[in-house]
Ligand binder design. Structure first.
Ligand code: KG4
Ligand code: ZN
Length: 333
C-alpha cells in the first residue's frame, strides 16, 4: 500500500511517500524542510517560529513528495502523522493538515508516536529486521531503553533522569560557540582530539540502574570551559569534544551491555538523531561483535527527524488496527 506521512514535531517539516506491504519497505520520496537556519540565530528552537515555518512549508513539501514519488493524492492508501511528543503548536500543524487531507480524500488516517517512528527508521534501512528486540533511542529530547515486543508494543525500561543526550551535546556545543545544533560538530571534532585529555564525570549514575543522568556531565563541561576562560587559558575544542564523547560513549556501551544481559535479547537497535554519532555507532558495533549480538542503526539520512520513519511506523499501526477520526489531537509529552 502507498503511505503518505507527515512529521512536524520540532523544527523539521517533513513529508514522505512509502510503498509498504509484506516483504516491501520502499521509500519513494522523503522531503524535509528545516527551519534550523532561523533557529540557529536564537541558539535553540523557538516554538512559535517553528510553528509558523511548518505552516509555510507543509503544503509545498506535500506536492513535492507526491511529485518525486510520481503519484497523486488519489493513489494514496493511508496517511500517517506524528501526533506527539513534541512542541504542541508544531505538532498541531501536521495533525490538522493530515486530518484535512485524509477526510477530504476519504483516506484512512493513523497517528504515530515520534519515538516509535525513530525506531521504525531501522525497518527501512534493514529490510528483514523484525521485533522483538532491545532499542536505545537517543535524540535531542529522549534517551530511553525500550523493550520492543512487537511493531507497536513498546515498554520503556529505563530513561534519562534529566537532560537527553542530544540536549547535552547541543548545550556543550553552544558554550563552545559551535554552530547549532552542536551534536554533529562535536562528533566531528571528537575524531581530532585526545579522548583521555580531560576526565569528565560519567552519565551512567551507577551499576544498579539502566537510567542515565546527563546534567552533571553538562555542568562539569560548562564549568571547565568557564574556568579556563576566566584564567585566560587556552582550550582545545577537539580535546573537550573527544573527552565528552568518550564519557558518553563509555556509559552508553556499558548500559547497552547491562540491558542486553538483563533482557536476554541478542538484538540491539539504535535510533534517534544521536544515532548518527560515529563514535557511539563504532563502540556498539564492537560490543555487538564481542557479545555475538546483532546491532542495527538507521542509515545516516534517516537518523534525524524525517517523515519516512513515520510512514513506516504508521503502516504497522494501521495493520494493528489503529484509525484516527476528526477528533485526533496532538500531545506534547
Ligand atoms: O531525533 P532528532 O533529530 O530530534 C529529536 O527528536 O530530538 O535529534 C536531534 C539531536 C540533536 O541534539 C543533534 O545535535 C543530535 O541529534 N545529533 C547528533 C549527531 N547528529 C545529530 N549528536 C551527536 N552526534 C551526531 N553526529
Ligand atoms: Zn526526533
Amino acid at each position: 500500500m502507498l503511505v503518505l506521512s507527515f512529521e512536524s514535531s520540532c523544527d523539521e517539516t517533513a513529508c514522505a511517500v512509502l510503498e509498504m506491504s509484506e516483504g516491501t519497505r520502499e521509500v519513494k520520496s522523503n522531503i524535509i524542510a528545516s527551519s534550523v537556519d532561523i533557529q540557529a540565530l536564537y541558539g535553540g528552537v523557538v516554538p512559535e517560529i517553528a510553528s509558523r515555518a511548518h505552516i509555510e512549508a507543509i503544503s509545498k513539501i506535500t506536492y513535492e513528495a507526491l511529485d518525486v514519488a510520481g503519484v497523486t493524492i488519489k493513489d494514496i492508501d493511508l496517511i500517517a502523522v506524528t501526533n506527539g511528543p513534541g512542541l504542541i503548536g508544531a505538532l498541531l500543524v501536521g495533525v490538522n493538515f493530515a486530518k484535512s487531507l485524509a477526510f477530504a480524500n476519504n483516506i484512512p488516517l493513523v497517528p504515530v508516536d515520534h519515538i516509535k517512528g525513530h525506531v521504525a527508521a531501522n525497518y527501512l534501512t534493514h529490510k528483514k529486521l523484525e521485533p522483538p528486540f532491545l532499542s536505545l533511542v537517543v535524540s535531542g529530547g529522549h534517551t530511553s531503553f525500550f523493550d520492543v515486543k512487537s511493531y507497536t508494543g513498546f515498554d520503556e525500561i529505563a530513561a534519562t533522569r534529566d537532560d537527553a543526550v542530544g540536549e547535552c551535546f547541543d548545550k556543550i556545543g553552544r558554550v563552545m560557540g559551535l554552530p547549532y545544533p552542536g551534536g554533529a560538530m562535536v562528533d566531528k571534532l571528537a575524531s581530532q582530539g585526545d579522548k583521555h585529555a580531560i576526565s569528565f564525570p560519567s552519565p551512567s549514575i551507577n551499576k544498579d540502574t539502566l537510567d542515565f543522568s546527563f546534567s552533571g556531565l553538562k555542568t562539569a563541561v560548562i564549568n571547565y570551559l568557564n574556568t579556563k576562560n576566566q584564567k585566560g587559558e587556552e582550550i582545545s575544542p577537539a580535546d573537550v569534544c573527544a573527552s565528552v564523547t568518550y564519557s558518553i560513549t563509555e556509559a552508553i556501551t556499558q548500559k547497552v551491555r547491562d540491558a542486553l544481559n538483563k533482557t536476554e535479547y541478542k538484538k540491539i537497535v539504535l535510533a534517534g538523531g544521536v544515532s548518527a554519532n560515529s563514535h557511539i555507532r563504532e563502540a556498539l558495533s564492537t560490543l555487538a561483535r564481542e557479545t555475538n549480538t546483532e546491532f542495527y542503526a538507521p542509515e545516516l539520512s534517516l537518523c534525524g527527524d524525517n517523515a519516512a520513519m513515520i510512514g513506516a511506523q504508521g503502516y504497522y499501526e494501521y495493520l494493528d488496527g489503529a484509525r484516527a477520526d476528526e477528533a485526533l489531537n496532538a500531545y506534547p509529552s
